[in-house]
Write a new protein. Structure first.
Length: 169
C-alpha cells in the first residue's frame, strides 16, 4: 500500500488557505485536515508559546491520523511551518518539542497562497497590515529549505487549477 500524497496550505493570514484547501480536497476526494488552532484558542483571549506548542502537537496528531487512514490524498489547512513562523514572529523562538515533530514529518507539497484575497476580520487573526511581508517570509523559507511548493494566485478556482496542474491532474 502506497502512502497518501500530502498537500499543505501555507501562507499569511486571510490569504485563502482554508477555502482553497476545502475546494482542493473536494476535487481530489481527499481527506481534509482542518486548522487545530481554531479549536484550541479562544477568540480575544491571550495566549503564549505553550498554547502554540499544544496546537502544533494537535495539528501533527490530526495530520498523522489522516495519513494513517491511507487515502490517495490528504489536504491539510496548515502544518508546523505556519506555527514555526508564528512562533518566530510573536515570541522569537522555535522550541525543540516542535523541532522533533518537524523532523519526523512526512513529505509534502506546500501550496503558498498569495495574499490577494480581501482581508476578512476574524477574532483569531492578527496581521491585516503585514500580509505581504509575511508572504515573502514564507516564500523565502520554502526556497531556502528546498521544499516542494507551488505559489498560487488568482481566484479560488484558478488556484485549484494551478495545484491540479502541478500534481499532474
Amino acid at each position: 500500500m502506497k502512502p497518501p500524497r500530502l498537500i499543505v496550505m501555507t501562507g499569511a493570514e486571510s490569504s485563502g488557505k482554508t477555502t482553497l484547501g476545502e475546494c482542493l480536497a473536494e476535487r481530489l476526494g481527499a481527506l481534509f485536515v482542518p486548522e487545530a488552532s481554531r479549536d484550541l484558542l479562544t477568540p480575544g483571549a491571550p495566549y503564549d508559546e505553550h498554547d502554540i506548542i499544544r496546537i502544533g502537537q494537535e495539528q501533527v496528531r490530526r495530520e498523522e491520523a489522516a495519513v494513517q487512514a491511507t487515502p490517495d490524498w490528504v489536504v491539510a489547512d496548515t502544518d508546523l511551518l505556519v506555527l514555526r513562523i508564528w512562533l518566530a514572529e510573536r515570541f522569537g523562538l522555535w522550541p525543540d518539542t516542535l523541532g522533533i515533530l518537524w523532523q519526523k514529518a512526512a513529505p509534502r507539497l506546500y501550496v503558498l497562497t498569495a495574499p490577494e484575497m480581501p482581508w476578512e476580520p476574524d477574532p483569531l487573526r492578527e496581521n491585516s497590515h503585514d500580509r505581504e511581508r509575511l508572504h515573502a517570509r514564507y516564500r523565502e523559507w520554502l526556497v531556502e529549505n528546498n521544499s516542494a511548493f507551488i505559489e498560487v494566485r488568482g481566484s479560488v478556482e484558478e488556484r485549484v487549477d494551478q495545484v491540479l496542474a502541478q500534481i499532474g491532474l
